[in-house]
Design a protein around this ligand. Structure first.
Ligand code: UDP
Ligand code: MG
Length: 212
């Protein structure tokens, strides 16, 4: 059931084959809107050689490219709603396949249980671990309203909707991975450098594990 939309979108079978051969290391980076996922991912890229894909950025690029899904994606983002899995997964799949790397940070995805199950079923990839940035809503709201990136969804009304979607739909994904012992939780309510020290400890341990 998950396979057909992706196949209809014309991915050659050898693409899926090379993805399996690649056996990439995937880390999901989750946390509420404004918890600092993008900022910390940039630091991880610099220090640990991962390639960073933000699902939200890929969706915004898809809107800009004038794709036929653009208007639907734009409307969903404006409402803080979760875009259908097949759209987001197709973009992630393409990005991973086109990258020369084998270590990926996937930021802001999966956002609900359906995203998670579809990704695992289509990509046949389970994350090495899930980095979870925990932050209070008050602090996240302050950051979002202060960041001024010209995003249509950084207004107080949409922010509140995004908080609700995070609690209702994304927390269950974190709980699922928690039950598998895969969540590395970070206190993200602190200054960028302090948060990165905690992040660094986790990625250093992961590197040691791969090397061992
Ligand atoms: N979005 C989505 N699926 C994803 C990632 C993002 O539908 O896998 C949409 C959703 O509407 C979300 C918006 O894109 O509210 C912005 O996501 P992003 O991760 O860029 O923002 P953040 O919540 O991290 O500030
Ligand atoms: Mg982001």
């Amino acid at each position: 059931m998950f396979n057909s939309p992706i196949l209809q979108m014309g991915y050659p079978t050898e693409a899926s084959g090379s993805l399996i051969e690649k056996k990439p290391t995937v880390v999901f980076v989750l946390g509420g809107p404004g918890s600092g996922k993008g900022t910390q991912c940039a630091n991880i890229v610099k220090h640990f050689g991962y390639t960073h894909f933000s699902a939200g950025d890929l969706l915004r690029a898809e809107i800009k490219s004038g794709s036929e899904n653009g208007t639907m994606i734009q409307n969903m983002i404006k409402e803080g709603k979760i875009v259908p899995s097949e759209v987001t997964i197709r973009l992630l799949q393409k990005a991973i396949l086109q990258s020369g790397n084998d270590k990926f940070l996937i930021d802001g995805f999966p956002r609900n249980e359906e995203n998670r199950a579809a990704f695992e079923a289509i990509m046949l990839i389970e994350p090495a671990f899930v980095l979870y940035f925990e932050c209070s809503e008050g602090e996240m709201e302050r950051r979002l309203l202060g960041r001024n990136q010209g995003r249509e969804d950084d207004n107080i009304e949409t922010i509140r909707k995004r908080f609700r979607v995070f609690l209702e739909s994304s927390i269950p994904v974190i709980e699922y991975y928690e039950s598998k012992g895969k969540v590395r939780k970070i206190n993200a309510g602190k200054p960028i450098e302090e948060v990165f020290e905690a992040v660094r400890t986790i990625f250093t341990a992961q590197d040691d594990k791969i090397a061992a």
